[in-house]
Design a protein around this ligand. Structure first.
Ligand SMILES: C[S@@+](CC[C@H](N)C(=O)[O-])C[C@H]1O[C@@H](n2cnc3c(N)ncnc32)[C@H](O)[C@@H]1O
Length: 390
């Protein structure tokens, strides 16, 4: 989180407050006061040039203004007809343009700002009570800490996350039991890969009493699923303290027998296991904010780290289960040949592969620039074993 301050002119003096942005956005260099008299077109011009608008009007009107800004950003633009000799952009170029547009959109929408007191209260007309939602992400509030300013769009993300956390996500593979994701922790909303994990036959080496490792546990959903499948003990790791706190809460409810041990570790815990599972981020590209770390991973660092360390952490006869979407292959960001070569170089060979076509909420959206790649996407569970020397 960015820890800087924000200054603005108000009532003849310069006021200042702490700046908060979980997405790591820097504070806008110039800030003006804005209220219900500001038109959407004027707000769009200010936001596009990077001027922050600190809202002093009715809270619900700020919400409407944000929607109006989003509509202006999303309005389809007339594109110039390409010259006959212009090369067609590759999938990688399309993906990069899409990501650039996404981050420009996020920057523009982050220009509408809300002031909070240190205890997470907003003093605007018709403002909701967001104390709980903010405390879950920013920590307990305290008026003595002074006011802070954050983008309204970020606040909406916090409120959305709070609702998800309260309501939870029903997991079919857990008999409909719910996982309650925390802010910034990968939410298992796409159940497809859990079905793969529920179907794959447990390795014979995982005899009664055996331990499995769950690398990058997130909400703890896969660790819970392994225990439900009869695995006696699971050691689950993650590097993200938010994920570990979230997994601890979910597992206390779903696995009350304490069969899952949570460890903060980069990839593997100590020792070996007859089953090691991992669902790493699947798009090798730079995350545009810390909360995208579960999906975007530059150079497939976690995937390659998992493959390279797997053989050393497998007990004799053990299996590594890699859950991986091939979206990156359809986007031209990684090839199947690369993946197979990494497995081979790590001394591994695929024993079997289970595939599923994910049901993606955007798969039917023809206006989505990544439509072709998303509609062809397949998620696989690769059962990997240590290569046998011929
Ligand atoms: C795609 S999410 C999967 C979460 C969960 N296993 C699931 O399937 O829903 C990837 C997880 O790996 C974690 N992670 C990323 N790099 C890691 C590393 N080097 N070691 C351990 N965990 C890592 C992230 O924090 C995130 O929780």
């Amino acid at each position: 989180m960015s820890a800087s301050h924000l200054n603005w002119p108000e009532a003849g003096e310069t006021r200042s407050a702490r700046w908060r942005s979980e997405s790591g956005a820097p504070p806008p260099k110039r800030v003006v006061l804005a209220d219900d008299s500001l038109t959407a077109d004027a707000a769009f011009r200010l936001a596009s040039e990077g001027t922050g608008m600190l809202w002093r009007g009715d809270f619900q009107n700020a919400r409407l203004l944000l929607q109006a800004l989003a509509r202006r950003i999303d309005k389809p633009r007339k594109t110039k007809r390409a010259k006959a000799d212009t090369p067609t952009p590759s999938s990688v170029d399309n993906f990069n343009l899409y990501r650039q547009a996404q981050s420009q959109r996020a920057r523009t929408l982050a220009m509408l700002l809300i002031e909070f007191d240190g205890a997470h209260h907003i003093t605007l007309r018709r403002a909701p009570d967001v104390v709980q939602a903010c405390s879950e992400v920013y920590g307990a509030g305290d008026t003595a800490q002074g006011n802070y300013v954050a983008p309204l769009r970020e606040l909406q993300g916090l409120i959305g996350a709070h609702e998800w956390r309260k309501k939870g996500v029903a997991i079919a593979a857990l008999g409909g039991d719910r996982i309650h994701p925390h802010y910034g922790v990968f939410a298992p909303v796409r159940g497809d890969y859990m079905e793969l994990l529920a179907q794959a036959p447990l390795p014979p080496a995982l005899s009664a009493g055996g331990v499995a490792f769950d690398i990058g546990t997130g909400t703890g959903v896969l660790a819970a699923l392994l225990v439900r499948r009869g695995v006696a003990r699971v050691v689950a790791t993650d590097t993200d303290p938010r994920a570990l706190a979230c997994a601890r809460e979910n597992l206390a409810r779903l696995v009350p027998g304490g069969q899952v041990e949570l460890v903060q570790a980069d990839l593997f815990p100590e020792g070996v296991a007859p089953l090691v599972i991992c669902n790493p981020p699947w798009v090798p590209a730079r995350p545009s904010s810390p909360i995208e770390h579960a999906v975007y991973d530059p150079d497939s660092r976690m995937l390659r780290g998992f493959l390279n360390g797997l053989a050393a952490h497998l007990a004799p006869g053990g299996e590594g289960w890699l859950i991986l979407s091939d979206l990156a292959e359809h986007l031209g960001l990684r090839s199947r040949a690369d993946l197979l070569a990494w497995m081979d170089a790590a001394g591994l060979q695929p024993l079997h592969r289970l595939d599923v076509q994910p049901i993606h909420p955007k798969a039917d959206d023809l206006t989505d620039p990544l439509h072709a790649a998303r509609s062809a996407e397949v998620t696989s569970l690769w059962r990997l074993v240590v290569k046998t020397v011929a």
